[in-house]
Design a protein around this ligand. Structure first.
Ligand code: P53
Length: 483
């Protein structure tokens, strides 16, 4: 058998993309609650508080808050052994700096985890998945402020103590490296930071990121005291970057781009700031506040495993006439299309071999267990007149990735804890705010305008994945599903 009998076949979501009930039972406003809907072409916007004229897709999402029992029943039928979700910080501390936690919020996750355990589903919990109390932005300016470190630690300590006998697998910050290029929305969701005119964005992101890494290290150390059996990981967006050609400069550009991303897992896993980043800070005269005491904290809070998302690879060229999207890491570097792979309807390059590649690179780099906590295809689905959703393309995407994951384990000896495909049930897309960029194996009747009955329906991929789990990944054939 390729996969151990305790391999965590699962599914993944995040609280703000699924729960809805954004202002129910004492929940506070979060950074996700002020994000409008967008599309592939039109970016989501961050509004100044909640405006009555705007549609905020996360406010209702798929109403998991009220329907989790029914949904977990479906997950159970699917055979999930693990369910990755996040705890919404604002259900526990509505303002982030409240004196005492909100008991009703704590009870919600008690019931959710109890129900998971009753059904034999291991909860895998992200502490911060793109939702930070809005008050932390307003009052503190987000994670660039050191005061926020201990607010996050207090939230984490509260939930780790409360759920210490219910949750074993934790992750601190979702896709912490997603802010590496300092895009406004990604910095907002990762760090609750907004830029002002004249800001050095890169320097600010480094400061916010270092503060998050310190917060994460504190939580890892504390978590191990709360329960020595806890497995606490980081969570990275691994998008391997390939050189467009064998031109040496292309290779250098790819290396430089990867460094900017690896910086985060290097600190998480090794407990020190890598020399290439220390050097960059000096060279650019950045004054990043990081005391000796904080360096000790980083050293003492290294993670137990590397959790990561994998959707696509990227390609970089240094050909000055490429017309690609410029990246400021190497002369003439720009992101271009890779002609060897196909892309999704949202332009994400589909590259199963890239998963095996990054599994190898990450395992060689850190020698820690890996956990694929997101992978999947965002696609338009159609309900046929007979009520079926024939999402063969989704099965193919997943099959091709599982094939490569198997090779990484079998041929390359990578240690892998589990696989939790993204959006196991249709949810609000993070990047675009659309409902119709669907990842699920369970369809949810709701459209981009927010209309629909919220009824759940099994897609063809549901039956396929059910068989994959039941055979512990041995039978990946697609043809036989639900004829
Ligand atoms: P959506 C970029 C690159 C890789 C993963 O994304 C990313 C992003 C941000 O869009 O985000 C992760 O919904 C994230 C999830 C998100 C999922 O990928 O934009 O952890 O919250 O929903 C898929 O298609």
């Amino acid at each position: 058998m390729t996969f151990n009998s305790d391999f965590l076949w699962g599914g993944a979501v995040a609280a703000h993309q699924i729960e809805g009930a954004w202002n129910v039972d004492g929940k506070g406003m979060s950074t996700a609650d002020v994000l409008t809907a967008g599309t592939y072409q039109i970016p989501r916007r961050i509004t100044d508080g909640i405006l009555p004229s705007e549609h905020y897709p996360n406010h209702e999402a798929i109403d998991f808050y009220h329907r989790y029992k029914e949904d977990l029943q479906l997950f159970h039928e699917l055979g999930l052994k693990a369910f990755r979700t996040s705890i919404n910080w604002t259900r526990i501390f509505p303002n982030g700096d409240d004196e005492t936690p909100n008991e009703v919020g704590l009870q919600f996750y008690d019931s959710l985890f109890d129900e998971c355990l009753r059904l034999g589903i291991e909860p895998v919990i992200t502490l911060s998945h793109f939702e930070i109390p809005y008050n932390i932005y307003q009052k503190y300016g987000g994670f660039k402020n050191k005061a926020v470190i201990d607010l996050f630690v207090r939230f984490s300590e509260t939930v780790m103590k409360r759920y210490k006998n219910k949750v074993k697998y934790w992750m601190t910050f979702n896709e912490i490296n997603n802010q590496a290029d300092a895009h406004d929305i990604l910095v907002w969701t990762n760090s609750a930071v907004q830029f002002s005119q004249g800001d050095n964005k890169e320097e600010i992101v480094f400061q916010a990121a270092i503060n998050e890494l310190i917060a994460s290290a504190k939580v890892v150390a504390l978590g191990h005291q709360i329960n020595p059996d806890f497995k606490i990981g980081c969570m990275m967006a691994y998008v391997p970057i390939y050189p467009a050609t064998s031109k040496p400069e292309d290779q250098m550009a790819a290396l430089k781009m990867m460094d900017r991303r690896f910086f985060y897992s290097d600190v998480h896993a090794r407990g020190v700031v890598p020399s290439y980043i220390e050097h960059l800070w000096k060279q650019k005269r950045y004054s990043i506040e990081l005391s000796d005491e904080e360096r000790r904290i980083l050293k003492n809070g290294t993670v137990d495993y590397i959790g990561f998302s994998y959707y696509m690879s990227g390609t970089v060229t240094t050909n000055s006439t490429s017309q690609g999207m410029p990246v400021d890491v190497y002369p003439n570097a720009a992101i271009v299309k890779n002609n060897y792979v196909q892309a999704s309807d949202w332009g994400w390059q589909i590259d199963p071999v890239g998963l095996r590649y990054i599994l190898n690179v990450a395992y060689e780099r850190y020698n820690l267990p890996l956990f694929i906590v997101e992978n999947g295809l965002g696609a338009y689905d159609k309900v046929d007149s007979d009520g079926r959703i024939r999402d063969q393309y989704r099965c193919e995407y997943l099959k091709n990735h599982i094939d490569q994951m198997r090779l990484a384990v079998e041929e390359d000896g990578v240690e892998l804890l589990g696989y939790t495909p993204w959006g196991i049930i249709d949810i609000v897309s993070f990047g675009t705010g659309e409902m119709e960029k669907r990842y699920g194996m369970i369809y949810v009747d709701k459209d981009n305008q927010g209309d629909g009955t919220l009824e759940r329906k099994k897609k063809d991929s549901f039956h396929w994945y059910q068989k994959v789990i039941a055979t512990n990944g041995q039978d990946l054939t697609i043809t036989s599903i639900n004829p």
